[in-house]
Design a protein around this ligand. Structure first.
Ligand SMILES: Cc1ncc(COP(=O)(O)O)c(C=O)c1O
Length: 399
């Protein structure tokens, strides 16, 4: 038996290793002081680290929707299959299905739970899953749990995807599932959906898209990237989350009636967990109505994102692959450098998350800026000025 002191040594050595590699994660206490600011150590910082793209987490109508339903109780008290399902949940699923243009939808406790439950329900050890190399951890974990043969194709590379589809066909996979984010959360670029749909049809695969970052921001009425491209009906499973542009919490999949019924029976992260609290459902209902009417905020978001990107271009900073979304990385390279750059930015009043491996590939550490409709042009100008100072400091240092 391993003595407890061995465990302590093992944990310490793992932590030391993380610290040495510049990969230590810590929780940073902050207080939200407005739609676009947080207070840290007594100082207000402009917040570019939130995914509250439309500023709905503090919208009065969303707060009112949540407050109204809070009266129903603080918790859902059990899984929906155990305690019966309140008609508000069913109404929300109908609204999501309408929004996504599908027959049905199923609400999960979070986007993470939607992915880790849906993928293993659809594929198992005789099947093959094709996943973009930069897909979110919840997709990666869903594939791991499924036990299906995993084929990871090069980021947004349709030729590589086809090569792997052919290989799987040779190996006799029973079912084939392609999974991709539409707007990539750490890179801000888009999946080549038309090419992927073409391959899905030619190779008889099912297609699941994760629209976590695109919903609310792209597509008519914010319905997502697949709708923006007119390809929504080619998608078998539309996954999304209420935790980003909708400003709340929870996830969903929208699909055919029979698939939703099947998932309700088999997705373990749906069956074996407590339903979302009523107040969250009430808030989501209000947020969905606002999202559909939020063309002005979407336009503003695009304008501010373009302004930020143009500024980065002028400064000669590495913008990665993001050319037209609200997610804008500034690629720094090394893990230690990105942490130092993040701290310097904070000194200058700007908060942007330092993203390091394994969330992004080795050498691709970056500051991730997410622009929100609640930012102002002055905020963008201030962030650019701060980045200019940090970049000048690091090049002086290098010289
Ligand atoms: C692409 C993607 N999918 C899924 C998730 C998980 O969503 P949630 O935060 O609702 O669990 C996230 C966000 O964290 C994400 O970025």
């Amino acid at each position: 038996m391993r003595p407890l002191s061995d465990w302590d040594d093992w944990v310490s050595s793992k932590l030391d290793r993380r610290e040495r590699d510049g990969l230590m994660r810590t929780l940073r206490p902050v207080e939200r002081t407005g739609a676009r600011t947080v207070c840290k150590d007594g100082r207000d910082l402009l917040n570019f680290s939130s995914n509250d793209y439309l500023g709905l987490s503090q919208h009065p109508a969303v707060l009112a929707g949540a407050q109204r339903d809070l009266q129903k109780g603080t918790g859902a008290t059990a899984s929906r299959l155990m305690a019966g399902t309140d008609h508000d949940y069913v109404a929300l699923e109908n609204a999501v299905a309408f929004f996504k243009g599908t027959e049905a939808a199923l609400v999960f406790g979070s986007g993470y739970l939607a992915n880790v439950g849906t993928i293993p329900a659809l594929v198992g050890r005789h099947d093959a899953v094709f996943s973009d190399r930069l897909n979110h951890a919840s997709i990666v974990d869903g594939i791991r749990i499924s036990g299906a043969r995993s084929f990871r194709y090069r980021h947004n590379d349709v030729e590589d995807l086809e090569r792997l589809l052919r290989q799987a066909e040779g190996e006799g996979a029973e079912h084939k599932l392609i999974v991709t984010e539409t707007l990539f959360g750490m890179d801000g670029d888009f999946a080549p959906l038309a090419g992927i749909v073409d391959l899905k049809n030619r190779y008889g695969a099912a297609l699941m898209v994760d629209e976590a970052h695109a919903v609310g921001v792209f597509g008519p009425q914010g319905r997502g990237w697949a709708h923006e491209l007119g390809l929504a009906s080619e998608v078998d499973i539309h996954m999304g989350t209420f935790s980003k542009a909708l400003g709340l919490y929870g996830g969903y999949v929208a699909t055919k009636q029979s698939w939703a019924r099947y998932l309700l029976n088999t997705a373990r992260s749906f069956v074996y967990t407590t339903a979302l609290p009523p107040a969250v459902i009430g808030g989501i209902g209000a947020a969905m109505e606002i999202v559909m009417a939020a063309d002005y905020q979407r336009k503003r978001l695009r304008h501010l994102s373009d302004m930020f990107r143009d500024g980065l271009k002028r400064l000669g900073l590495d913008r990665g692959a993001s050319v037209s979304s609200q997610i804008q990385p500034v690629v720094v390279g090394g893990a230690a450098e990105v942490v130092a750059a993040g701290l310097q930015l904070e000194e200058l009043g700007v908060l942007a998350v330092a993203i390091r491996p394994p969330t992004v590939p080795q050498g691709g550490a970056r500051l991730r800026f997410s622009i929100c409709a609640s930012h102002s042009e002055e905020d963008i100008t201030l962030a650019l000025a701060a980045l200019e100072k940090v970049a000048a400091g690091s090049s002086n240092h290098a010289g």
